[in-house]
Write a protein that binds this ligand. Structure first.
Ligand code: FAD
Ligand code: NAD
Length: 476
């Protein structure tokens, strides 16, 4: 009986699709949300569609759980397990949310419109459009920082999107299979099996860790003659990896990488990238060449072209840099109706999923308050009774007093290979730093519970079991 009730409940909950939702209301204001990542999806989840019309524009029609993306590069987790279609989220809304798979190419803050372009490979008869907004939320994230270093765009692979993980996996298997080609020259085998990761931030470290696990747990079995020749090198410009973590955890990670035969070159800068080697500047200032088969570039973020273009329209308040300058209410400096969240904004916080999702949730509350403010203002303007008017004015004063965004840091976690993870947690009166296998179990449980849906959680749990029982898939 309980199961039957639960199932009926699920069917009813699941059944809300656009035909059953309220249509757009011309009387309501329209919020256009750019992006379907951490910030935008968190806003979308919480926004009250009774109060607004909502339009989402994003070149990908899904949310991606980035913390598990490094695991997809070697097949520990399947990509499909960590994405959630945006329409699975909007179907739970009371009012229809329009979702356009398109890239925003230009923002016109004067006419309050955005230009969008169809980014799919198949083109229809119309490929661009203009959408008006009352409020615009920019959650377009950031793009890969290359510092303009020659050859990076052409030869390196990045790790930000689903297709990046797929490219890395294909390239890795290509390198291994080509190294195994009959009579391959020994120096060419060494080059092909040299995997270089540039950038010792969490992305670079987690990727190197996953690659190591793949090598030890799978390649040694399937390619015994090659596995011993595969080398992993991590290059970091600063004196140590993971600069945002505590000294104890940095030391722990570096020692753990040493044990895992991952070579770390700190105080080393990549100066130029060619198709088969990179030029590095070592700590003593000397230049050297390093051949590679696979090069993964993870040196952080920079703002996207659409954001840079918008910055140039606000020369007094926006300086072209890491992201859009915002006030404590996530409102873009220089505008009253444009908001920026997550990696697209340049606030005092690090560009992390945690920050982006809290900012998205905050904006949903702020928009509810703005709707109430507008409603009260309209009511008051139409009121004749002075006593009632005074009471509403007092309420309006409270509503107008919107609290600024407050970030609550839950700690930082990173996977470092061989079933070990590190955790910097702000618990109790100070920070708790921990590393090792128990932390790895904690890491897994945190990621599992933070995954977007029950569907994602069950898929990832199955992937982990599958990997342990059957090993990873080594096909290209
Ligand atoms: P994103 O999540 O990047 O989303 C941006 C969205 O905008 C995407 O949907 C994109 O398609 C869309 N978009 C792009 N261009 C346009 C355009 N022109 N018009 C419209 N839409 C556009 N952070 C953590 O806190 N913990 C972690 O463990 C962690 N692990 C990570 C692992 C990896 C491999 C990476 C790359 C990052 C990780 N991060 C982690 C950082 C975290 O993913 C980012 O800080 C977070 O994604 C930022 O959220 P966002 O919404 O600003 O941008
Ligand atoms: P990052 O900015 O954190 O690290 C990039 C690293 O590359 C820096 O340490 C920098 O010194 C180095 N670097 C820059 N130029 C270089 C060069 N030419 N040669 C060698 N090294 C160079 O970038 P990231 O690791 O991609 O992380 C981006 C954001 O996402 C951060 O805020 C991070 O906290 C977050 N993130 C978090 C996790 C996690 O919590 N597990 C995982 C991935 C990303």
């Amino acid at each position: 009986v309980v199961g039957g009730i639960a199932y009926s409940g699920y069917v009813l909950w699941d059944a809300r699709h656009p035909p059953l939702q309220a249509p757009f209301d011309p009387e309501k204001k329209t919020i256009v949300i750019l992006g379907s990542g951490w910030g935008s999806t968190s806003l979308l989840k919480s926004i009250d569609t009774d109060l607004y019309n909502v339009v989402v524009v994003s070149p990908r029609n899904y949310f991606l759980f980035t913390p598990l993306l490094p695991s997809c590069t070697v097949g520990t987790v399947d990509i499909r397990s960590i994405v959630e279609p945006t329409r699975f989220i909007t179907r739970h809304k009371t009012r229809e949310v329009k979702v356009f798979e398109a890239e925003c190419t230009e923002i016109d803050p004067v006419n309050k419109t955005v230009t969008i372009a169809d980014n799919s490979e198949i083109k229809g008869s119309v490929n661009t459009s203009t959408i008006p907004y009352d409020y615009l939320v920019i959650g377009v994230g950031a793009t890969n920082q290359t510092f303009g270093i020659k050859g990076v765009q052409e030869h390196a692979l990045f790790l930000k999107e689903v297709w990046d993980a797929q490219k890395i996996r294909t390239r890795l298997m290509d390198c291994i299979e080509t190294a195994g080609f009959p009579e391959q020259a020994p120096e060419e085998i060494d080059r092909l099996l040299h995997m270089i990761v540039v950038g010792g931030g969490p992305t670079g470290v987690e990727y190197a860790a996953e690659l190591h696990d793949f090598l030890v747990e799978d390649l040694t079995t399937w390619y015994p003659e090659l596995a011993g020749k595969l080398k992993i090198t991590l290059i970091e410009a600063l004196p140590n990896v993971l600069p945002a973590f505590s000294k104890q955890l940095i030391d722990y990670t570096e020692a753990s990488f040493k044990e895992q035969n991952i070579t770390i070159h700190t105080k080393t800068m990549v100066k130029e990238v060619h198709d088969k080697d990179i030029t590095i500047q070592q700590a003593d200032g000397s230049l050297a060449k390093m051949p590679y088969g696979l090069l993964v570039w993870a040196t952080g973020n920079t703002s996207r072209p659409v954001v840079r273009n918008l910055m140039s329209k606000f020369p007094a308040t926006q300086k072209v840099g890491r992201g859009l300058v915002v006030d404590d209410w996530m409102r873009m400096e220089g505008s009253d109706d444009i908001y920026a969240i997550g990696d697209a904004s340049a606030s005092k916080y690090a560009p992390t999923a945690q920050v982006a999702s809290q900012q998205g949730k905050y904006l949903a509350r702020l928009f509810s308050q703005l709707a109430l403010r507008d409603h009260l203002e309209q009511d008051i303007a139409a009121m004749t009774n002075e006593e009632e008017k005074q009471s509403k004015l007092r309420r309006l004063a409270k509503v107008r007093n919107v609290k600024p965004f407050h970030y609550s840091h839950q700690g930082s976690l990173a996977y470092i290979g061989s079933d070990k993870a590190i955790a910097d947690l702000p618990w109790g009166s100070g920070n708790v730093a921990s590393g090792g296998v128990a932390t790895y179990v904690f890491w897994r449980s945190v990621y599992l519970s933070n995954l977007f849906s029950l569907r994602n959680r069950s898929l990832v749990a199955t992937d982990w079991i599958k990997k342990n029982v059957l090993g990873r898939d080594i096909s290209r």
